[in-house]
Ligand binder design. Sequence first.
Ligand code: SF4
Ligand code: SF4
Length: 447
Amino acid sequence: MNPKHSFPIKRLKIAGQPEHRIEAAPAPGEVAAMPERIPLLKARLRVDTGDRVKIGTPLYEDKENTDIVFASPAGGQVVDIRYGPRRVIREIVIQTEKAEEHEDFGAPPGAELSRTTRPRLVQILLNAGMWPLFRDIVYRSVADPAETPAAIWVAMDNLDPFHPPPEIYLSTPADLRQFKTGLHALNILCEHTHVCKSAKSADLDAEIENRVTHRVRGAYPAEDPGVVHFHNKTTTSENRGWFIRGQDVVLLGEFLETGSFPTRRIAAVSGADIESRYVSTRIGAPLHTLISGVIEPDKYRWVTGGLFRGYSGSIKSYLGLYETGLFLITESNKRELFGFMRPGTNKPTCSRTFLSIFNPKPLSMDADMHGAKRACVNCGNCTRVCPVNILPQFTYKCIRAGEIEEALSHGLLDCVECGLCSYVCPSKIELCHTFQETRHAYFRERI
Ligand code: SF4
Ligand code: SF4
C-alpha cells in the first residue's frame, strides 16, 4: 500500500458487530440463484420450470460469452423463475431434495494441480461453473477467461459492515487446507497473485501469513481490492486485474479437492434488535432461514452483501452468489418535531453536523432520510472520503451535463462503487448510484 495514502475514515461507528461464533442455520427447503445480482451480466436461461437439476448443473449462462455458466447451488426441482422489469431474470427458485445429487465433473482436479496447465485449468473451472468467482477489478463483472490479467488480488477481508473475517471463515483445518489449494490454483492462472489482509484481522496459520503481500490499515473500503490496486499500480497496463474474495478461494480449493460444486457459505447476520452472529448456511439460502423469530419482518429493510454496497430486499429474498452478510435496518420515515434543534447524540454523522461526532460508541443505523434531497452545497465531504481520489461532486456534475469524457478524466473508471460519497453527502445526492449506472453504460457501449 502506498504509505503516503491515509484513509480519512479510521473507524465506522456502526453498531451490530457480530459475536465471534458460528451457528448452523437450518437446512432450507428451497434456494435461489439470482442472475440479476451479477454485475453487467446479460443472462440466458439453461433450465425451465419443472426441470430437475443437480448441484452444479448450469442454470444460466452469459449471453455474450456462453462459456461462462452459473451452476445450481442445490439439487432438486426448478419450481419458479421470477422476472423483473424488462424480463430481467431475477430469481431461479429450486426446491431442494432430501438427498441432493451432484453433477459429475470427473476426477477431482486437485491431485493433478501441479501438472495442470493454465488453459486446462480455465476450462475445468468454466465447465464446473466455478469461473464466476473471478471478477474484473475495474467493472466488478465476471472476469473474461480469454484475458490474462496483470494480477489476481485475493481480498481476504470485506470491511463493509458486516462480513465474516478470515479467522471465522478459516476456522477449521479443512478451511485452511482448501484455502491453500485455492491459492495454488491462482498461481497457475496468473504469476502475480497478491493477497490482501486487514491489519485488524487476527493472525492465521504461519504459512498463510507468509503469503500475505499487502497488509491494509484503515476502515472500509481500505481493504477493497480495487482500492489496494489503485494505490499500487504503476502503469495503465496493470489496470486489467482480477479479484476473488477470500471465502471464494476456500470454495475454489474445495472444488479442486472434491470435484463437486461447493455450496457452503459463512455469513454475518446483524442489525437492529437481533442477536448479531455468524451463521453457516449455503449459497442462495432464503433470508428467513438465517434469522429466526423476527416478529415484524416488514419493519426492517433486509440488506444483503454489505451496508454500503449491498442490495435491499425483504424477508422473501435470498443470499446471492457473492453475498456473505445480512443486515436488518429499521425502516423509518418519521418527522422529528424541532429535529433541527436536537443535538443528535445518537445520529451518525461524518461532518460534525451532530454532537454524535463526540460519541465514541457505535450507533444504530436506520433507513430514515431525515428530509428531502437538496442541491450540492459544495461541502467537500465526498472528496474527503473518496478512497481513490476522485472528486465526486465534479464527476457527478460532468455526468449530469453529459460530459462523459470529462467524467472519465476525473477517474470515473477508478471508482470502486464503495458508496461512501453517497453516505456522507448532507444533500443525499445518489453519487455512487449515478457513477455505477454511467460506468455500466460506458462498458456496454465499449463492447
Ligand atoms: S466516487 Fe464515491 S463510490 Fe466511487 S470510490 Fe469514490 S467514494 Fe467510493
Ligand atoms: S458531499 Fe454532497 S453536498 Fe457535499 S460536495 Fe459532495 S455532492 Fe456536494
